[in-house]
Design a protein around this ligand. Structure first.
Ligand SMILES: [Zn+2]
Length: 492
């Protein structure tokens, strides 16, 4: 296992524990009366694991539920979150890890209200809440100012320039509280998703998420309410960012992917590489490649290792990247991905298949190293979520054979000799992988009981929604349904 690399020192591990991504393998910091909360011992085990895997920074999202007026009144939910993250920050610092939070400046509350910076009252909410969170989390090393998804505004003349100007103002506010905090300007999306013409034009929009996403306002050819920016808008936005960047502190970082799209592709806002090179001349650049390692929606054991390796090599070739991010919504499940992502930041030339076998040998014993290539058989269905990436196609017959081998090895493995510090413990991890292997096996076979599997997935993964409000986009139901439909299509 490799643990150092001078060219890519900012190796970030990002948990998205937003209200719409709660599940059994995620941490619940938003609902004090519901399950999936982590103790300090849990956090220590988790941070020890990501440090061992090669990461240097723990990143999290202050979700809109927390960016709300109740925070200013120090109501228990908000005060409890702040207290928990102060402890986590201390634990991370104790292990030599940095901490970073990301925050969209204008999305307030669990209903995702989009406040307008050009409205004086709503601007005050933004500034007050922004100041509140840096005061509550004063030891934070890096704050990433996130444009949209969700977030953004096109009311009252707001454009991408409004967002960039707001970033500078918020940076000044943060540095008045914590003079050493580092700003990261995240260009996420097309770029600066949600600002100005990137956002759908809705007459008399009231700032509500419901109204901006109402299908009746969709324009032909684009059903997205955001991510509508084209290359000419990207150029205007980047020109303005480059003009304004010298006013930001010298250590400011800019998160810019290889392409202005969620997947780093060049099919929306265009190719970002020329801009990444220009920005890198004056400020450090990072990659925030969200769906590279894992998707949203269905929770399952991902296997996107070759693409992670390829992307790191692309970045190395394109521009002098200072680091990047490995995203997850399943910090207690996708341990193989985390190990590979950490190691591939350090050595982009490493062989992802070899890393996969090496991880499995370390966890399950050398005689089960083959699991490292069998787990590729989980990455087989686009219906499971965003950013799906399969290296090969499989017939159901071959998949059944792979799942049978996987189950055989997982049942036989003795994890008492696991040489990596895992969270959760290796036996829990083994049992979870077995659960998925058995479900995939069943769905690759004849006449699976998909209604039962849907219920079993709900109980295994998203039962927390029996205890907490359904998210605005109600995706937990879709996740359970989609999981139960794996390999439902005709035999290839
Ligand atoms: Zn506005």
């Amino acid at each position: 296992m490799n643990s150092g690399h001078p060219d890519c020192p900012h190796r970030c591990f990002y948990i998205n524990f937003g209200e719409h991504l709660q599940n059994s393998w995620n941490v619940n910091l938003l609902y004090p009366d519901a399950p999936n909360q982590w103790s300090d011992a849990d956090w220590t085990s988790f941070l020890t694991m990501i440090k061992a895997f090669g990461f240097t920074c723990f990143e999290y999202w202050i979700a809109p539920t927390l960016f709300d007026h109740g925070a200013l009144r120090h109501e228990p939910l908000y005060a409890g979150f702040a207290s928990a993250l102060r402890r986590v920050t201390d634990l991370a610092h104790g292990l030599g890890l940095q901490t970073k939070y990301i925050l969209a400046p204008n999305v307030l509350g669990p209903r995702w209200f989009h406040a307008c910076p050009n409205d004086p009252q709503q601007k005050k909410w933004i500034v007050d809440l922004w100041r509140h969170w840096i005061e509550q989390l004063p030891a934070t090393d890096i704050v990433s100012i996130f444009p949209g998804d969700v977030g953004g505004c096109n009311r009252n003349g707001c454009t991408h320039e409004t967002f960039i100007d707001l970033c500078l103002e918020l940076t000044d506010i943060m540095r008045s509280v914590n003079p050493t905090v580092c700003t990261e300007i995240n260009t996420w999306g097309t770029p600066f998703a949600g600002w100005g013409s990137d956002l759908r034009s809705v007459p008399d929009w009231d700032g509500s998420y419901e109204m901006i996403t109402d299908p009746k306002y969709a324009t032909p050819g684009s059903d997205n309410y955001e991510f509508n920016g084209k290359p000419d808008r990207a150029k205007a936005a980047m020109d303005y960012l480059l003009k304004r960047l010298p006013a930001f502190p010298a250590e400011t970082m800019v998160a810019i992917n290889l392409g202005f799209s969620p997947l780093g592709d060049a099919d929306r806002g265009g190719d970002a590489r020329p801009y990444a090179r220009e920005i890198a001349k004056i400020r450090r650049i990072t990659s925030w490649d969200y769906y590279l390692c894992e998707g949203e929606l269905v929770t399952y054991p991902h296997w996107r290792l070759p693409r992670i390796a390829a992307r790191r090599r692309e970045e190395r070739s394109a521009a002098p990247y200072h680091g990047g991010t490995c995203y997850t919504m399943t910090p207690k499940l996708n341990l193989l991905t985390f190990y590979a992502a950490g190691q591939l930041f350090i050595n982009p030339d490493a062989d992802p298949d070899q890393i996969s076998r090496e991880f499995c040998a370390n966890v399950f014993g050398p005689e089960h190293a083959i699991l490292g290539e069998l787990f590729e058989a989980f990455e087989i269905s686009a219906a499971l979520g965003m950013g799906f990436s399969a290296r090969r196609h499989w017939s159901k017959q071959v998949l059944r054979q792979k799942y049978a081998e996987m189950i055989e090895h997982l049942e036989a493995a003795d994890v008492s000799g696991c040489s990596l510090p895992l969270f959760p413990d290796p036996e829990t991890y083994r049992q979870d992988l077995l659960w998925f292997a058995r479900k995939f096996m069943e769905m690759a076979g004849p006449n699976p009981d998909r209604l039962r599997i849907e219920k079993e997935y709900w109980a295994k993964s998203v039962a927390i929604y029996d205890h907490i409000p359904m998210s605005v986009d109600q995706r937990a139901h879709t996740a359970a349904k989609n999981f139960s439909m794996v390999l439902a299509q005709a035999e290839p």
